[in-house]
Structure formats: structure tokens, C-alpha cells
Design a protein around this ligand. Structure first.
Ligand SMILES: Nc1nc2c(ncn2[C@@H]2O[C@H](COP(=O)(O)OP(=O)(O)OP(=O)(O)O)[C@@H](O)[C@H]2O)c(=O)[nH]1
Ligand SMILES: [Mg+2]
Length: 335
């Protein structure tokens, strides 16, 4: 039988094992172009966990680096802490694409963000912020790709959920007359294999499966909550003036105890309910993993994949989140 590959996720189609990736009903094998997992995700929003491991994804990435082609590294503005694996492996030409810029409040200075990245990650030839949803800077990114590419083939790399496939779909829509799109979702591991998309005679974009970051909060929450934290609209930062040990309880997620009087702004999905609670009487989520962290006014506190927090003075936090979520501070890039 000839090999066939799913147009939604790139995996090889098979009709032997319904529990394995790429499964299609044997009766449909001749006619279908999409595996059952992608079909259900696309049409009913039903998500099925894949049995692929991070070692599998990393092997794909390593083989791509051997090609010496231009790499477009797509990084979610809310999960920048986990870009180091790919960055450390970069020796070919590369463009850093900060995706989903539409979710940041307009007040945030994009140029400052770009300058911050250029300084911190000097291996990239170019740095650009885009929004595939809003069609923002896609023409500019195409120009950078055409200027820097080594051959017709350009690889789109990044962590899972960083927005690689959504970006390629926008390129298909904007620059081709095709109407077959890659399947996208806010759940991890949507794309499972390399997918080749010809944009024109001079350019083929290669979508790749994203690396899983175990420290990203999406790996630790139920599907229903992941859908809530997935940011679709411009964030309205929530501002708190905390006094005498305030607790901020993030519904269905965890809690943030602020141990000294402070002013803070939380950049988080507008869908998450935050209750200001009494530190001494409310013990909700105190059974989760505790991280103690002290943040200065020139730093941001980041809970990977969930939010970042700006403080105007030195602030001490006790943060309770599911075990394994990355919580860290970084140099402030927002004024
Ligand atoms: N707000 C906003 N959301 C976006 C944008 N681009 C992608 N997303 C969302 O980000 C989530 C992940 O997008 P995908 O394109 O599936 O991500 P991916 O990098 O291909 O993920 P994998 O296939 O798992 O590696 C989806 O919920 C998208 O709707 C954007 O420009 N703005
Ligand atoms: Mg994808």
C-alpha cells in the first residue's frame, strides 16, 4: 500500500491500530486525507493525547539543524523562558518571530521588546513581532524570509502551541490559492510530523512538531482550563494594590500570596477569575507546590504559559501552582 500522510498533522496514515497516531477507518483509507484525531479536533474540538515523546520531537529538530537551511523560530510571548533549547542548537541562519503580539496591551512598546530580544539573543539575523490572527507584520516577515533564505526550503520551528501552524495557514491564505489548512489547537502536540507547504516556486515552508515544555502550565491543567487560559483577545492588565498579606486566588489554577504591601499588574487571560482573598483564613490551593520568589522593580515575574506580573517595588511572593510549572523572574521588558 502507498504511504499517505495526514494533511492536518503530517503523521503517516494507518488503519491497523485505532489507539495509535494516524489512524483512519480502513474503509476510508483510499479516500481520506486526514487522520481521525485531526478530523475530530477540527470538526468537534475533541482533543486526543498523542503517544509521541519529546525525544521524538527533539530528533526531528536535530535532523533539521543538519540541513543548514534558514530557520524561523516562533516563540509565544507568554512562554519565552522555554526557547533556550532551540536557541542553543542554532548555528544556521535564523529569524526570531515573537508571535501573538495582538494579545499584549497596545500600551506595550513593541520596539522595546524587539530591542530586548536582539540584545539577549544575538544569534538571530532578524527579530520581528507578528500576529497571525490579526495579519500583522506577515508581509514584513515574508520579506525577511525571502532576504535570508538559503534555498527554497525554510523550516518553522518552536515549542508546541507557539503558533507555527497558524502562521503557515495565514501564509497559505494570503499568498496561495490553496484551501487545505493544517490543523491547529490550543492543546499541546497538534502537529506530529514535518508538513511541507509550497507557497510559491521560490518558497516552501516546512511546519514542524513543537517541542513540549514540561514547565508550561498547559501540561498541568485540564483541557477545559487550558481553553480558558488560551488568550484570544488583547489583555486588560489587572492592577492590584496589595496590603497586609493579600492572596490572589486564580480560579481552577492556583494562588499567588503577596507578602508585602505592593502595586502589581498581572498580564493574564481575561477569562481567568481572580479573587482577592484573606491570606489567613483562605487556604484554597495551599496543597499545590510552593515557590517562594522575591521580585525587584526592574524584573518581571513569569508563570510559564499563564501570565507575567509587573511590580513597582520589591515584592515577595509565595506562589502555589501545580507541581512542575516553571516560575521565574526575568529582566523587565515592558515599561
Ligand atoms: N491571539 C492569538 N492566538 C494565536 C495566534 N497564533 C496562534 N494562536 C493560537 O495559539 C494556539 C496554538 O496555535 P498552533 O498554530 O496550533 O501552534 P503550533 O505551534 O503549531 O503548535 P504544535 O502543532 O503543537 O507544535 C492556538 O489556539 C492558536 O489559535 C495569534 O497570532 N494570536
Ligand atoms: Mg502545529
Amino acid at each position: 500500500m502507498n504511504k499517505k500522510y495526514c494533511i492536518g498533522c503530517g503523521v503517516e496514515l494507518q488503519c491497523e491500530d485505532a489507539f495509535d497516531d494516524g489512524y483512519v477507518n480502513p474503509k476510508m483509507f483510499g479516500t481520506t486525507v486526514m487522520c481521525r484525531r485531526c478530523f475530530r479536533l477540527k470538526h468537534y474540538g475533541e482533543y486526543k493525547v498523542t503517544n509521541k515523546s519529546n525525544a521524538y520531537y527533539r530528533n526531528i529538530i536535530k535532523s533539521i539543524f543538519l540541513q543548514d537551511e534558514l530557520v524561523v523560530h516562533v516563540v509565544d510571548i507568554f512562554a519565552m523562558g522555554s526557547m533556550d533549547y532551540i536557541y542553543s542548537k542554532l548555528y544556521s541562519k535564523a529569524i526570531l518571530v515573537i508571535s501573538k503580539i495582538d494579545i499584549l496591551p497596545k500600551s506595550i512598546n513593541e520596539e522595546r521588546l524587539i530591542e530586548y530580544c536582539k540584545k539577549k539573543y544575538p544569534k538571530y539575523q532578524e527579530v520581528i513581532a507578528i500576529s497571525s490572527d490579526k495579519n500583522y507584520h506577515l508581509d514584513e516577515l515574508l520579506m525577511l524570509i525571502m532576504k535570508n533564505k538559503c534555498s527554497k526550503e525554510v523550516y518553522i520551528l518552536g515549542n508546541s502551541n507557539s503558533g507555527k501552524s497558524t502562521f503557515i495557514n495565514k501564509m497559505i491564505k494570503n499568498y496561495t490559492d490553496k484551501n487545505n489548512f493544517i490543523v491547529t489547537s490550543c492543546m499541546p502536540s497538534t502537529t506530529l510530523n514535518v508538513i511541507s507547504i509550497k507557497i510559491n516556486d521560490d518558497l516552501t515552508l516546512l511546519d514542524t512538531p513543537g517541542i513540549i515544555n514540561d514547565g508550561d502550565i498547559v501540561m498541568h491543567l485540564d483541557e477545559e482550563v487550558v481553553k480558558e487560559i488560551n488568550i484570544k483577545h488583547e489583555i486588560k492588565p489587572r492592577i492590584y494594590q496589595t496590603k497586609d498579606n493579600t492572596s490572589l486566588v486564580l480560579n481552577k489554577i492556583g494562588r499567588i500570596d503577596v507578602l508585602n504591601d505592593s502595586n502589581l499588574s498581572i498580564y493574564i487571560s481575561n477569562n481567568i477569575d481572580i479573587d482577592q482573598a484573606n491570606f489567613n483564613t483562605n487556604n484554597k490551593y495551599r496543597d499545590l507546590e510552593l515557590t517562594k520568589i522575591r521580585v525587584k522593580e526592574d524584573e518581571d515575574l513569569v508563570i510559564e504559559g499563564l501570565c507575567f506580573i509587573k511590580v513597582t517595588e520589591k515584592t515577595e511572593f509565595d506562589i502555589y501552582m501545580p507541581e512542575g510549572v516553571d516560575i521565574y523572574k526575568r529582566e523587565k521588558f515592558i515599561g
